[in-house]
Design a protein around this ligand. Sequence first.
Ligand code: PAF
Length: 283
Amino acid sequence: MKTCTQIYEMKDIVKNLKRQGMRIGLVPTMGYFHEGHLSLVRECIEMADRTVVSVFVNPAQFGPNEDFKQYPRDLERDSEILEKKGVDYLFVPDAEQIYPQGFKTYVEVKGLQDKLCGRSRIGHFRGVCTVVLKLFNILNPDLAFFGQKDQQQAIILKKMAQDLDLDVKIEVLPIVREEDGLALSSRNVYLSTEQRKAALSLSRSLREVQQMVDKGERDTILLKKKIQDIINSESLVRIDYIQIVDMENLDPLPRIEKRALIAIAVYFGKVRLIDNVIVYVKE
Ligand code: PAF
């Protein structure tokens, strides 16, 4: 595996690969890998001729009171893991390269970026879209891989790719969970033992409402109430949002008609976790 820190070097490599007709796959990450990231890496290796993984903790997607400084980082461990998995290139730019002095251009996906997580994380998706578009421009991937855990992110990035005529296919892979149901997240390391136990209410509540939908419940007020009751039965939790929304415009749905995204965000102490499930209803 070759590690590149320079944009110009990475661009040269990509141009060469493209000249040889290679299909490039990109897994954009902020590092500190868990099985969720690795499932993306495995799929990328399977589908593309060459796999690039980027590691960049993007300051532009963290608010002033968020955990940019505390975000877990371990590049040495990440690099060893990728090497063993058979990744071809690791791209690790620094912030001065991505946002050089005088940087002024940002990408916004209006109408989608301010909903769900965007309501409490102002500017988050603007930061995500800007860095991902930069990575797409530097690495020119044919395929890019994201996790369903950040389903709103995936929906926004697909819209960005469509609106800006990008030649990249965005693949979204299922959430990877611990055996007890907790969705894998780099932020799980911050949870105390009690908070981790309480955090199981996320996946438990989503499983319950999935079953309610399977049995015919369509009323989203009742479904949201069920989730709220399960999560609030834990102590020391603060619900940020519980939403049942359309998969394209992220607008709240009064009833589940065909397909819906059930998304939740909850604070356990200072740790904010998200989880979701996509439910389908046969007509
Ligand atoms: O999902 C993430 O880890 C980040 O939002 C991403 C896509 C790497 C952009 O910084």
